[in-house]
Design a protein around this ligand. Structure first.
Ligand SMILES: Nc1ncnc2c1ncn2[C@@H]1O[C@H](COP(=O)(O)OP(=O)(O)OP(=O)(O)O)[C@@H](O)[C@H]1O
Length: 268
């Protein structure tokens, strides 16, 4: 099985603070990971390392067979698809939805800078159909609902046919209907054997789509546990991650969690 990412002893230090500490992690091409942790745990920082947006302060990061620091990151980045709230905020509100997607082929926002051929336009429309929003292709991005925007951004992240797909809190801020629609879209992607390796960041186990294979639990920049999903997403590991006694359960590939036990509120 081919590795798409390998992190060995990775730390990120900013202003004397370790945002990530001693991260050892391997992602294979068929893996679909969820990264879970409380606010400030370092999830977005970890995703930025995987997106070749941050150089490690210590340790080694191998992305798609290239060592970050030894290879030009501009060669690595186009091979990695990413969605985040920060990226969505940078999309001009007046941009046509189909153009938001097609412009990702050249990793730019604002399509007027480049020429695109018919194949690019066809692919953008196919991807919009794949995430269930084909009918929005000619609308402007600013007129979409939050849930529609998030699905458009997933299509955009897939446009360059990435080998690694990074989804930073894709369901944040959605109502229950929007969340369920997005989770169904992400489940199709996770279950597709032809889809790229995936890493999805969330605070909420309810947002884990069926098809996710592995979990990494992060607290204060350190890995609490990581490995196959069912072995990793246990009461003990989740309780340690969030600093509160939690009971987790799974039914039909979906997860729920609630506070449990006599010392439920023992936040450190
Ligand atoms: N440039 C920086 N300098 C100093 N501290 C930083 C910097 N960037 C991030 N941090 C801190 O690093 C920690 C981890 O941030 P990060 O955004 O990775 O966490 P997160 O797990 O994604 O959090 P959330 O769930 O709240 O989005 C936070 O305490 C944040 O304040």
């Amino acid at each position: 099985m081919a590795e798409v990412a390998e992190l060995v002893g990775v730390s990120i230090v900013r202003q004397g603070k370790e945002l990530l500490a001693d991260i050892d992690w391997t992602i294979d091409e068929s893996d679909r990971w969820v990264v879970i942790g409380p606010n400030g745990a370092g999830k977005t920082t970890l995703l930025q390392v995987l997106g070749a947006q941050l150089y490690p302060s210590n340790g080694m990061v191998d992305l798609l067979g290239e060592i970050v620091g030894a290879t030009d990151v501009f060669e690595i980045r186009p091979r990695i698809g990413m969605t985040s709230a920060a990226l969505a905020e940078r999309v001009p509100k007046s941009e046509r939805v189909a153009d938001v997607v097609v412009s990702a082929a050249y990793a730019v926002l604002g399509r007027w800078r480049e020429d695109y051929d018919e194949l690019d336009h066809d692919r953008a429309r196919e991807l919009l159909a794949q995430v269930g929003v084909a009918e929005l292709a000619d609308r402007t991005f600013g007129t979409l609902s939050e849930g529609e925007r998030k699905r458009v951004m997933v299509a955009r992240a897939l446009m360059s046919d990435p080998e690694l797909l990074l989804l930073d809190e894709p369901a944040a801020g959605l109502d229950v209907a929007g969340r369920e629609t997005l989770v169904a879209t992400l489940a199709r992607l996770a279950e597709d054997p032809m889809a790229p390796a995936q890493v999805l960041v969330t605070h909420h186990v309810e947002e884990i789509p069926p098809g996710i294979t592995h979990a990494l639990l992060l607290r204060e920049g350190r890995i609490v546990a990581h490995g196959p999903l069912r072995e990793t997403l246990t009461d003990a590991n989740l309780s340690e991650t969030f600093g509160i006694t939690l009971q987790v359960s799974e039914s039909g590939g979906r997860w729920t969690v609630r506070a449990g036990g006599s010392s439920a509120f023992r936040r450190r």
